[in-house]
Design a protein around this ligand. Structure first.
Ligand SMILES: Nc1ncnc2c1ncn2[C@@H]1O[C@H](COP(=O)(O)OP(=O)(O)OP(=O)(O)O)[C@@H](O)[C@H]1O
Ligand SMILES: [Mg+2]
Length: 241
C-alpha cells in the first residue's frame, strides 16, 4: 500500500459497562483510500467508531492517526486532529435552515470570514444544498439531509471522514447518489473515507478495501472485489451463492 497508514486501530478492546464488545479489533486506512466495514447487526461496527472517536474508553490496544497515538483522546481533540464523523442516527437540526446547520458545524471557528469561506466551499461541492440554503431541514428529503450531514462534516477540512451507514433508510436510487458522492469526494478532493455499510455489496463496490467484522473481531479483509467474490462473504452478507 502507499506509505504509512492514516488511521490504525490496533488490537482494540472496548465495550459497555464491564463487557467487551470489541475483542482485538484491527483496522487500517491508508491515505486516499475508501474503506468499508460490513458485518451483522450488533457486531460492534458502530462501537469501533465510538472507540476511535473518544466516545468510549479503549481498554486495551491503540488507535493511531497520522502516526500519532490518539487513544482515549476526547471527541473534541479527535476532531481537531483531523477526523470528522457522520453518526448512524440523524444529526441535523431539523428546525434550522441548511445554512444555519452549516454554521453550527463551524461553531468552534470564531473567524467569520473563514466560516463563510468554508461554507462556500461545501456548497460548491453540493449544488443541491446550495439551492436550499434557506430551507428548513425537516422539509428536505432523507437524501438531502444526508448530504447536509456529509457537507457539515467537511467544513473543518478533515483528513479522514468516518460515516456510519450513510445509506441507511434511503431508497435505492438515493443510495446510489450518496455512493456517487462518496466516490466524487474521494476523487475530487482526495478525501480518505472509512464507512460502515449494511448495504454490503454497494458499499464494497464503492470501496478500495473492506473488512468484515463479526463478534467484535475481524473475520475477513481484502479489496472490495475480493470480498465480493469470497464465497463465504457472499453467502453470509451478500445474499449470493
Ligand atoms: N450504550 C450501550 N450499552 C450497552 N450495550 C450497548 C450499547 N451500545 C451498543 N451496545 C451493544 O453492543 C453491541 C454492538 O453494538 P454496535 O452498535 O456496535 O453494533 P453494530 O455492528 O453497529 O450494529 P448495527 O448494524 O445494528 O448498527 C450490541 O450487542 C449492542 O447491543
Ligand atoms: Mg451500527
Amino acid at each position: 500500500m502507499n506509505g504509512d497508514p492514516l488511521l490504525e486501530v490496533r488490537d482494540v478492546y472496548a465495550g459497555y459497562l464491564d463487557f467487551d464488545i470489541l475483542r482485538g479489533t484491527n483496522l487500517v486506512v491508508h491515505p486516499g483510500e475508501i474503506v468499508c466495514v460490513i458485518g451483522p447487526n450488533g457486531a460492534g461496527k458502530s462501537t469501533v467508531f465510538r472507540a476511535v472517536y473518544g466516545l468510549l474508553k479503549v481498554r486495551k490496544g491503540q488507535v493511531l492517526f497520522n502516526g500519532e497515538e490518539i487513544t482515549n483522546l476526547t471527541p473534541q481533540q479527535v476532531l481537531r486532529s483531523g477526523i470528522a464523523i457522520v453518526p448512524q442516527l440523524r444529526s441535523v437540526f431539523p428546525q434550522m435552515t441548511v445554512y444555519e446547520n452549516l454554521e453550527m458545524g463551524m461553531f468552534v471557528e470564531s473567524n467569520k470570514a473563514r466560516v463563510r469561506e468554508r461554507i462556500g466551499v461545501v456548497l460548491d461541492l453540493f449544488p443541491r444544498l446550495a439551492e436550499r440554503t434557506t430551507q428548513q431541514v425537516h422539509t428536505m428529503s432523507g437524501g438531502e439531509q444526508r448530504m447536509l450531514e456529509i457537507g457539515r462534516a467537511l467544513l473543518l477540512e478533515p483528513k479522514l471522514l468516518m460515516m456510519d451507514e450513510p445509506s441507511a433508510g434511503l431508497a435505492p436510487s438515493i443510495t446510489r447518489q450518496i455512493f456517487d458522492h462518496v466516490r466524487r469526494l474521494n476523487d475530487e478532493i482526495g478525501l480518505t473515507i472509512l464507512m460502515i455499510e449494511q448495504n454490503a455489496r454497494q458499499g464494497l463496490e464503492t470501496s478500495d478495501r473492506g473488512y468484515v467484522l463479526e463478534l467484535g473481531q475481524n473475520s475477513f479483509e481484502g479489496t472490495g472485489q475480493e470480498l465480493i467474490e469470497n464465497p463465504e462473504v457472499r453467502r453470509a452478507f451478500l445474499g449470493g451463492r
